[in-house]
Design a protein around this ligand. Structure first.
Ligand code: SAH
Length: 349
């Protein structure tokens, strides 16, 4: 639908859903709307070409092919894992366009198996029916680990590609270290560390299904992973007593879905960072991540500074990172920069 200013100047075209919290998703700037089909085809092609320009390949690895607003496709994410493609729609407009989107990928990437999903939360927000992907598996590699994941039962598109660059750093610094991977999902941080010389790795998650996949992948790769199923908030003191660890990864789920959840989330991060620091050995590395745009690097840095002071240790920032380049975001749309990670090295206690 065309979007106009009060004095009838055309701004562009948007998907409108008056039932949803986001009522208008701007898709096109200017007056020359090419029509729905041509629009989506042009955008998808541009997204693929951009990935190729950035050096990504559609072969053995996992890549984000379309990243919502970052590819001018609000309501649509597409991830590729080896020869599997997962189309995730989270707006009414993109759900309506699904037949065209699927046809596009079938024609352009005929060797790929296509899976489609529309998560329950998004479906509720948009007033549309959810779609569970049909059961299927994907095989792909990252950081010298070969993953086999199952769709249908997994979270999001099946794997958290947004932490890929951070897992590369963890792999780079893993040799000889003992690793604690908190909120591990499929244990991808732990497995990256083990495949790159870590002495041991313990993956902790509340989802037994996620840990089963982690364990199956560890075994298939000849890696000795330890797992622990539980609520990190409940068992953190026990985990601390198993340490100290040379590397701790703390990657909780979204703790602040919106700005009004900020204070609660900051409190949770104070707790998590306090315990994570206690679990980290002298000269050990701690990676803390936030996947809520409402909690950013500066929030994490401030809490790290406060907790280090109260524990009497020093921390040096080794890296400040976010999501990789296949997760672009428009420069004016800071909500699109949702992943903040900070890696510190501990000195003294
Ligand atoms: N680090 C992972 C992604 C983590 S996503 C990766 O690189 O792939 C967040 C994970 O936290 C999910 O797997 C979810 O099952 C888990 N989780 C959510 N709440 C939890 C809790 N209270 N305790 C332990 N795990 C939790």
């Amino acid at each position: 639908m065309q979007v106009v200013t009060e004095d009838q100047q055309c701004i562009g075209y948007a998907d409108i859903n008056t039932q949803a919290p986001i009522r208008a998703r701007l898709l096109w700037r200017g007056t020359d709307w090419p029509g729905d089909e041509a629009f989506i085809e042009e955008r998808l092609l541009a997204a693929i070409e951009r990935r190729l320009r950035l050096g990504y390949t559609f072969q053995a690895c996992g890549i984000r092919v379309v990243n919502g607003e970052g590819d001018d496709c609000s309501g649509l994410v597409v991830d590729a894992f080896g020869t599997s493609l997962v189309i995730d729609v989270y707006s009414r407009g993109m759900r309506d366009r699904l037949p065209v989107i699927e046809a596009f990928f079938r024609e352009r990437l005929p060797h790929m198996h296509i899976y489609t999903r529309c998560g329950e939360d998004a479906a509720r927000r948009e007033g549309i029916d959810p779609i569970d992907p049909v059961e299927g598996t994907a095989v792909f590699c990252e950081q010298a680990v070969r993953y086999e994941i199952t769709f249908g039962a997994g979270q999001k598109t099946g794997f958290y590609l947004d932490q890929r660059d951070n897992r590369r750093l963890v792999a780079q610094w893993a040799r000889g270290r003992t690793v604690l991977d908190l909120f591990s999902y499929h244990g991808a941080f732990a497995l990256s560390a083990l495949a790159n010389g870590a002495e041991s790795a313990l993956a902790v998650d509340s989802s037994s299904k996620a840990l089963e996949v982690a364990m199956a992948n560890a075994t298939a790769n000849g890696l000795e992973l330890e797992t622990c199923c539980g609520d990190v908030f409940d068992i953190f003191d026990d985990l601390v007593s198993l340490g100290p660890f040379d590397m701790v990864i703390c990657d909780p789920p979204k703790l602040a879905p919106g700005k009004r959840d900020r204070n609660k989330a900051l409190k949770a991060y104070r707790h998590l960072i306090d315990r994570s620091l206690k679990a980290t050995d002298d000269q050990g590395l701690l990676l803390v991540a936030s996947c809520s745009h409402a909690i950013d690097h500066e929030d994490l840095r401030t809490i790290l500074k406060q907790q280090a002071k109260s524990q009497g240790c020093l921390l040096d920032v080794i890296a400040i990172t976010g999501h990789p380049s296949d997760h672009p975001w428009p420069v004016g749309f800071t909500t699109g920069r949702y992943l903040s990670a900070i890696i510190v090295e501990k000195r003294g206690t």
